[in-house]
Design a protein around this ligand. Structure first.
Ligand SMILES: [Zn+2]
Length: 434
C-alpha cells in the first residue's frame, strides 16, 4: 500500500459514485482529471488503480480561514469572553511560540484537514516559512499569509512590511505550485490605514491575495465609525483592500450597503459559523445579502482555539443551521449551497481551480464511505454530506492526483500526533515558567 502514496504517475479511480452514477475517473501524470465516465478503465492504463466501489466521489473541500498552528492551543481555554480569552489564554501562550511549534502545529492541522476531506486552506499566522514546510511535507494546497499587525506604530509597521516581503519571496523560492503566498493585514482594528494601504499595493504588485478579518464583532464596527467616521468595509475599500483576490473572514456585522460593496469588488467572504457561535459574536453573517449582491461566500473553520476542530464537513452543517436559525428561514442556505461554499466558492477564493469533478480540473478528490450509517439511505448525497456526515466518512483524499490518504491511512500520522502533543505540552510549560 505504500506505493500508492509515493507513486507519481497516472491514477484511475474505478467505479466510484458521482451523483448516483457509477463512473471511472482517469487522472493523468500532471494530476489533472483526464476523463470521467463509464468504462474508462478498459482503455486507461494507469500506474495506480483505486477501487471506487462503495465510495462517493466529491470535490476536495477548501477551508478559507485558518490559523493552522493554533491546533496546539486546542482546548487550552474555552467558554470565555473574547477579550479575556485572548489576553489571559491565547496571547500569553503565543508569546512563547517557536518556529518548531508552528511546524508541528501546522502538520497536525494538515493531518486533521486531510482526514476530514480538506485539500486546500487559507492560513494566517506567524513563522509562516515553517508552516510552508509543513504543507510541503503533507502534500495539500495552502495560501499562506503572515499576520500583519502594526497597532498604528510606524516602527512596528516597518518590521511587519519586512516580514511580509520575506514570506512572499520565501514562498516564491519554494517553487511549489500548491503553495501560494498572500498578504495578511490582520484587521482594521490592529492595522493602521497606512499599513492597510501598503498591504493592498504590495498584493497588487505581486499579484497575490489579501487575507483579512472583517467585522467579526459589533465593537469593531462601533469603534471604527467613532474613529474613522465610516464602517469597516468602507475603510478597507478606501485603503484598496477589497479586490477579487481578497478573502474577508467572519463578515458578521456587515450592513446591506457593505454587502453590496463586497459584491461589487468581487470579494470572497469566509463564513466561520462555529467560531462565531462559540465566541458569541451575536450576529450571523448576512449570507442572504452577500449572495444577493454577488459576493463569493465561502467557508472556513477559523483557528483551532476558537472552533475547536478543522472538520469542514461539520462546518457545512453549522453554516446551514446557523443561517436558518439566525435569519429565521428554513429555506436559507440549503445543503447544495453549503457544499458549493466548501468546494466551488472556496476554490474560486484561493484560485485553486473550478472546485468541481470535471475533465481538465485538478484532481482534488475525496472519496466518502457510501456504506457509512451517515450515508444510509442515500436519498440525496448533498443532504447526507451536510446534515448527516462528519469527516469520519472520508476514506481517501487526492490532491493534484497525489494520494494523501487512503482507507483512512495518512503516512506519518503517529509521529505527527506524538510531536504535536509534545510541542503543545512544552509550550504551556514555557508560558508557566515565564
Ligand atoms: Zn481568524
Amino acid at each position: 500500500m505504500n506505493d500508492i502514496f509515493t507513486a507519481r504517475g497516472s491514477v484511475l479511480i474505478a467505479g466510484a459514485t458521482i451523483n448516483g452514477s457509477t463512473v471511472d475517473i482517469a487522472i493523468d501524470e500532471t494530476g489533472t482529471i483526464a476523463g470521467i465516465g463509464e468504462g474508462i478503465r478498459r482503455e486507461y492504463d494507469a500506474d495506480v488503480v483505486i477501487d471506487g466501489s462503495d465510495r462517493l466521489a466529491v470535490p476536495g473541500l477548501v477551508n478559507t480561514h485558518t490559523h493552522a498552528a493554533m491546533t496546539l492551543l486546542r482546548g487550552y481555554g474555552d467558554d470565555m469572553p473574547l477579550q479575556e480569552w485572548l489576553s489571559q489564554k491565547i496571547w500569553p501562550l503565543e508569546a512563547h511560540l517557536s518556529g518548531d511549534d508552528v511546524y508541528w502545529g501546522t502538520k497536525l492541522a494538515c493531518l486533521e484537514m486531510i482526514k476530514s476531506g480538506t485539500v486546500a486552506f487559507n492560513d494566517m499566522y506567524f513563522f509562516m516559512d515553517r508552516a510552508a514546510q509543513a504543507v510541503d511535507d503533507m502534500g495539500l494546497r495552502a495560501t499562506l499569509a503572515y499576520g500583519f499587525i502594526d497597532l498604528g506604530n510606524a516602527e512596528k509597521r516597518e518590521a511587519e512590511i519586512r516580514a511580509t516581503e520575506a514570506l512572499v519571496s520565501h514562498v516564491k523560492s519554494l517553487g511549489n505550485p500548491r503553495i501560494k503566498a498572500a498578504v495578511g493585514p490582520h484587521s482594521i482594528y490592529t492595522v493602521s490605514p497606512e499599513g492597510l494601504r501598503w498591504c493592498a499595493n504590495f498584493a497588487e504588485e505581486q499579484g497575490i491575495g489579501i487575507h483579512v478579518h472583517l467585522s467579526e464583532t459589533e465593537k469593531e464596527v462601533v469603534d471604527c465609525v467613532a474613529q474613522f467616521g465610516k464602517r469597516p468595509a468602507a475603510l478597507l475599500d478606501d485603503c484598496g483592500c477589497l479586490t477579487p483576490r481578497t478573502v474577508a473572514a467572519h463578515c458578521c456585522w456587515l450592513d446591506e450597503a457593505e454587502c453590496r460593496l463586497l459584491g461589487e469588488r468581487g470579494v470572497s467572504a469566509s463564513h466561520n459559523p462555529a467560531s462565531n457561535m462559540k465566541l458569541a459574536v451575536n450576529r450571523a453573517m448576512p449570507y442572504h445579502w452577500l449572495k444577493q449582491h454577488g459576493a463569493n461566500v465561502c467557508l472556513g473553520t477559523d483557528g483551532c482555539a476558537s472552533n475547536n476542530s478543522l472538520d469542514l464537513m461539520e462546518e457545512m452543517k453549522f453554516a446551514a443551521l446557523l443561517q436558518k436559525f439566525a435569519w429565521n428561514s428554513p429555506t436559507l442556505l440549503p445543503a447544495g449551497e453549503a457544499v458549493a461554499m466548501a468546494t466551488r466558492a472556496g476554490a474560486r477564493a484561493l484560485g485553486t481551480g473550478p472546485g468541481t469533478l470535471t475533465t481538465g480540473a485538478p484532481a482534488d478528490i475525496v472519496l466518502l464511505d457510501a456504506r457509512a450509517t451517515c450515508n444510509t439511505p442515500l436519498h440525496h448525497t448533498d443532504s447526507n454530506i451536510v446534515y448527516a456526515c462528519n469527516g469520519g466518512a472520508v476514506m481517501t483524499v487526492l490532491c493534484q492526483g497525489r494520494v494523501l490518504m487512503h482507507e483512512r491511512t495518512v503516512p506519518g500520522e503517529e509521529e505527527i500526533v506524538r510531536e504535536a502533543a509534545a510541542a503543545a505540552r512544552a509550550l504551556v510549560g514555557r508560558a508557566r515558567e515565564a
